[in-house]
Write a protein that binds this ligand. Structure first.
Ligand SMILES: [Zn+2]
Ligand SMILES: [Zn+2]
Length: 327
């Protein structure tokens, strides 16, 4: 099969032909039809996440059809459409796993990081971590739901009841979360890179009440804010924009250092919290909700061998919404 492989962090992805894996017990072999491009893939490729299996095939927003089921797989059959997310394996026995916090598992494995992912024609995955996908979405349209959507949704839950919600960094996750938040009756305020008029127009098009640059003040105090951009300097900015008792949720897996800031910004019971990974319950809940909103994903597609260009376009903010590679 054709695959895009990272041999060492910092090196460009290389197109190679490799033998596809046979599914082992509990696994499915999936023919990949679409794979979303996530900022986490950039962190893996750049070496900012330090524990990859190498070489690794990145990609953890995978849509495809089951080709072969391994021994013991009962939930899927050949031909079924499945989604494969970031959470690829958990131990099932650690204190986090046994208390409904499998996203914090002591011994997890993640797709496209420690398990070969979806920048390839085929992939294998543990069936227990795959999702059935809602009808009404094309394979390409469904791919961004699998990380931008469901980790974005977890971030939105962590933002609490906020009626006035700020979102810093208006990419794939934000454009999905904004639609869900609006469906829930909230007002969403989008913060982009200063001067990025196109992203600001895009944010208003998907339902935001206001959009501006990260330096700007929103027209109303925020009840909570979610930061999706991997920029630590946004943390004190967001704290300054949320009201007393408000929460700032950090939705990314990696962020540049957070600068020193005066305690006054945190005072009055403001909270900062990170969001790590997903649980399978998050996935089921979000994938049931998405078609009811309905969430519409805005997608730019790239052929599989152009995955490096997709990653560079993501880095430079050259598209609105999400990028998806198509084998
Ligand atoms: Zn565990
Ligand atoms: Zn992701």
């Amino acid at each position: 099969m054709q695959a895009m492989v990272l041999e060492r962090p910092g090196a460009p992805l290389r197109a190679v032909r490799i033998r596809r894996q046979a599914p082992r017990a509990g696994q499915v072999l999936v023919k990949v039809t679409a794979c979303g491009v996530c900022r986490t893939d950039l962190h893996v490729v750049d070496g900012e996440l330090t524990e990859p299996k190498l070489p690794i095939i990145p990609g953890h927003e995978i849509v495809g059809s089951v080709e072969i089921v391994g021994p013991g797989v009962t939930q899927f059959r050949p031909g079924d459409r499945v989604g494969i997310p970031w959470l690829g394996h958990t131990c099932g026995t650690c204190p986090y796993c046994v208390s409904q916090h499998e996203n914090l598992c002591d011994a997890p494995r993640f797709t496209g990081y420690q398990i070969d992912g979806g920048y390839a024609e085929y992939t294998t995955a543990e069936a227990a971590y795959c999702f059935a996908l809602p009808q009404g979405y094309s394979d390409i349209g469904a791919a961004p739901l699998l990380c931008a959507g469901l980790i974005g949704y977890r971030s939105l839950r962590m933002a609490g009841e906020a009626e006035h919600l700020g979102i810093y960094g208006f990419g794939a996750a934000a454009h999905i979360v904004a639609q869900v938040a609006r469906h829930q009756g909230r007002s969403v305020y989008a913060f982009t890179r200063p001067g990025d008029a196109e992203a600001q127009a895009f944010a208003r098009r998907v339902g935001c009440a206001w959009s501006g640059g990260s330096e700007d003040q929103p027209p109303a105090p925020l009840d909570s804010a979610i930061i999706f951009a991997p920029v630590g300097a946004l943390v004190p900015k967001a704290l300054a924009a949320v009201r007393r008792g408000g929460t700032v949720v950090l939705g990314g897996i990696h962020m540049s250092d957070i600068p020193v800031f005066p305690y006054e910004l945190l005072w009055h019971e403001r909270t900062i919290r990170s969001v790590a990974n997903l649980t399978r319950d998050d996935g089921c809940e979000f994938l049931a909700l998405a078609p009811r909103v309905p969430v519409r994903t805005e997608v730019t597609t790239y052929p599989l061998e152009d995955a490096p260009r997709a990653l560079e376009d993501l880095r430079a903010g050259r598209f609105n919404g999400a990028a998806v590679v198509v084998p």
